[in-house]
Design a protein around this ligand. Sequence first.
Ligand SMILES: [Zn+2]
Ligand SMILES: [Zn+2]
Length: 246
Amino acid sequence: MTAPFKVGTSNPQLRAKIRARCVACRTESAAEVALCPRCAKPNELYCAGCLRAVERPDDSMGAHCAHCAAVAWSVGASLRARVLAELGTPESSARDVAALRARFASLAAQFSLPARVTAFIAPAAPKWELVPASHRAALRTRFDEVMIADAQVRREVESAMRGTINFDTRIAAACDAADAARATLVEWDGMLVEVRDQARLEAALAIYAESIRSARQMLERLKERDLSRALDLDAARARALVAFKA
Ligand SMILES: [Zn+2]
Ligand SMILES: [Zn+2]
């Protein structure tokens, strides 16, 4: 992505623009044809993009137009700057996505909460007729407190579960999308040869930014709002039960 531009570097789209023409009669041939099929004079290579003559290379990279390569590199510069601002370096963006996955994996350990809660046994009311009349009112108040704590934690956990439906697959999908967009941007050679490449890279950049943003947002919701609140209430319920039995 940030590899310095080298004249010897040639991208397939730049190579595809190279054609051959006869130095005498201008008859066109495929790039690999060395002699004019009409007058047998030597063919010269030229760029179909800017019509400049191109040197026939002796390396295996194939001919490309240095002028169009320089233009493609300079047109790509502003997009490269945006990619760098949005992703950072290829290494730092890989770390960003890996950190999101790791954070999700550590939070996922707390997903045992709904399973635990669905296994809750409702607090059992004492047999009131067996409770001495003198204790009945006080015990009833304490039992009401237990029932309130129990109802609260059930409600909170149900809402946490509703609000976080499929978070695991959605966060994984967002990280996968960010990784795929990142791969596209990192593999880019830094040149903008065609308008449709610009559109493709802009789309990848938007997908990367949006995927990271939404994965972070889901992680925040998962952590801050739902689970920590449910855990607090779970602890309150446990305390109420212990206090009632004491
Ligand atoms: Zn000719
Ligand atoms: Zn050219």
